[in-house]
Design a protein around this ligand. Sequence first.
Ligand code: GLP
Length: 244
Amino acid sequence: MRVIVAEDYSAQCREAADIVEKLVRENPQCHLGLATGSSPVGMYQELARRCKEEGLDFSRVTSVNLDEYTGLEPSHDQSYRYFMDSNLFDHINIDKNNTYVAKGTGNLEENLKEFNAKLNEKDTDLQVLGVGADGHVGFNEPGDKLYASAHSEVLDESTIDANARFFASRDDVPRGAVTMGMAGIMRSGCLLLIISGSNKEDAATQLLMTDEVTSKCPVTFLKIHRNAIVIITKELADKIGYKG
Ligand code: GLP
């Protein structure tokens, strides 16, 4: 793993945007794996600015997203399709027909079949990742085992707590999600993890301060990827005692 310690959140987002920009300029037809959550929002804003002001061209880029809540229509303002449109796709020149966010409503089995077919078409060149407070990536929640293929997950209580801030009440947070499995993530050419915030101390400690790779903390699987980049804020690095 390559670890970059960034001065603060904006520096972290610029570093992450630099990595995505380099890929898009070198390979204008690249296939991006994208993530939701608050962590990548600043990077998406920076990419949108570079697209508008510096001609960063997404017209031939394709994408697939990590996950989607079950039970939310794409038009729901907390669905991950809505998140991607409003935080990124509406602000860059990507063809939305070339962006894929799994469906969270309708026939779950059919949705997963479609999602897995999409993932098997081609591997992503880069996968953007955030991490849950409990160490989840996408919605691969910690447990005795993880799953390789796209599948549905029951969300941990801690994940529901963490995501409740985006909903009118905790009761409104969906209890399940469909998510890319660990194989879809690990097959990417490059994993780009953005990690900050005090609730990420445990996950960051497991990732950077131990040698363990464990389903009890899915983000630790980044340690066995040949091209994983972790961008952490100095504040969080200091908190966990990470010295580089
Ligand atoms: C959700 C998403 C994850 C994301 C996590 C952390 O559960 N499914 O992909 O990494 O939240 O979110 P945040 O970046 O807001 O802390």
